[in-house]
Design a protein around this ligand. Structure first.
Ligand code: PMP
Ligand code: GLN
Length: 386
């Protein structure tokens, strides 16, 4: 079992302590709607503040179903939606619903930091399949090789944190085919489904195999309100029932005024989501252009708030953790080491940067990263010449 403090908590703590610019933990400083905040305030002061139904307020469950029908062409009923306390609880409930002691769950590396600990808490074993750069796909052969008689689920994350990659048609088809062949559940973490900064469209395995997919979403990302921790699962009736059974003893319910406000947010017009996307693309381009002009080598990114930088290719001969721990102190810039998402935790030459920030923060963040590159690349040169 992994122990210790999460990398996000750790780096944000160091960022506060050293007054660093925080491009580490993934939260935006723009992008939410004042109407949604007003709907939340009104719901608190004039609405219902006691326990809501265990599966969520019907208005939010219907809003989620409407949203996916409108934005992704998915056919689903409100009854298939279960509201959870963030995607994190949705993940926990889904994993515990389908896997237990002695079972195996396939995870793709790199993986969001919560996956492996949640699988282990369920008593199951993570079995890793590596995503291959530069486009972060896994082949049908690699996934098939990881499946055993004990496999119960494949946990997919698309768009992907931390790489910003998206599962392509071949990888999605392989997952669906293998899941059908071996009777596996596909747990599909799609929290970044609306934060698309590349050309590819988001495709959910729920469109391909609704009978065996648990689709997970989060208002945190859809509405740029990460602290609200309102999420959901969508699944067909029997699978939804299994998840609900776990959810009722994990958190049971989620704050009803926030559910009301999120329902209002999901009903925002398509223009609002289009404008949000433009803003994220603009922020990404601003950071990437500045860094690239100063010698940083960045990897392509298609979705999420994140872009990865290649330390080695940028002339910095340091491990990712060493770099992050040093740079947060001087010149005062926080990033997330890719190693926190890797099964073995070994240092890598990659760091993750969050670009969902206002122009001033991005510019100061880039200035400090550029200073860090100059400092640490020079350090490596000095060590080499000694
Ligand atoms: N899954 C992924 C891939 C994430 O990136 C995050 C948070 N950024 C979560 C789950 C957790 O979402 P929530 O805050 O809604 O629990
Ligand atoms: N999901 C956010 C990220 O990837 C952080 C969530 C957290 O702090 N646990 O940065």
């Amino acid at each position: 079992m992994q122990a210790g403090t999460t990398i996000f908590e750790h780096m944000s703590g160091l960022a506060r302590q050293h007054d660093a610019i925080n491009l580490g933990q993934g939260f935006p400083d723009f992008g939410w709607s004042p109407e949604v905040l007003a709907a939340g305030a009104e719901a608190i002061t004039t609405g219902y503040n006691q326990y809501p139904p265990m599966r969520g307020l019907l208005e939010l469950r219907a809003a989620v179903a409407d949203f996916y029908r409108r934005r992704q062409g998915l056919d689903m009923a409100a009854e298939q939606v279960i509201v959870t306390s963030g995607a994190t609880e949705a993940l926990a409930a889904s994993i515990m619903a389908v896997a237990g002691t002695g079972d195996e769950v396939i995870l793709f590396a790199p993986a969001y930091d919560a996956y492996a600990p949640l699988v282990q808490r369920a008593g199951a074993r993570p079995v890793w399949v590596e995503l291959q750069p530069p486009d972060w796909q896994a082949s049908a052969a690699a996934i098939a090789a990881a499946i055993t008689l004990d496999t119960r689920a494949i946990l997919l994350n698309t768009p992907h944190n931390p790489t910003g990659g998206m599962a392509g048609p071949a990888m999605l088809a392989a997952i669906v085919e293998l899941a059908r062949k071996h009777d596996l559940t596909i747990i599909s973490d799609e929290v970044w489904e609306e934060v698309i900064t590349g050309d590819a469209s988001h495709v959910s395995p729920f469109t391909l195999a609704p009978e065996r997919t648990i689709k997970i979403g989060s208002a945190g990302k859809l509405l740029a309100l990460t602290g609200w921790k309102v999420g959901w699962v969508v699944a067909e009736a029997a699978l939804a029932e299994r998840v609900a059974q776990v959810h009722q003893y994990l958190t049971f319910t989620t704050a009803p005024p926030l559910q009301t406000a999120v329902a209002a947010g999901l009903a925002l017009p398509d223009d609002w989501f289009a404008a949000a996307r433009v803003r994220f693309v603009t922020a990404r381009d601003r950071l990437v252009t500045d860094l690239a002009r100063h010698g940083w080598k960045l990897l392509p990114t298609q979705g999420s708030y994140f872009v990865m930088a290649d330390l080695a290719a940028s002339g910095i001969k340091m491990g990712d953790r060493d770099f992050c721990e040093a740079a947060v102190i001087d010149p005062g810039i926080a990033a997330i080491p890719l190693s926190a998402f890797m099964p073995d935790g070994q240092q890598t030459p990659f760091i993750r940067l969050c670009f969902a920030k206002s122009d001033a923060i991005l510019d100061e963040g880039a200035a400090r990263l550029n200073r860090a590159r100059a400092m640490f690349a020079a350090l490596a040169l000095r060590v080499l010449s000694n």
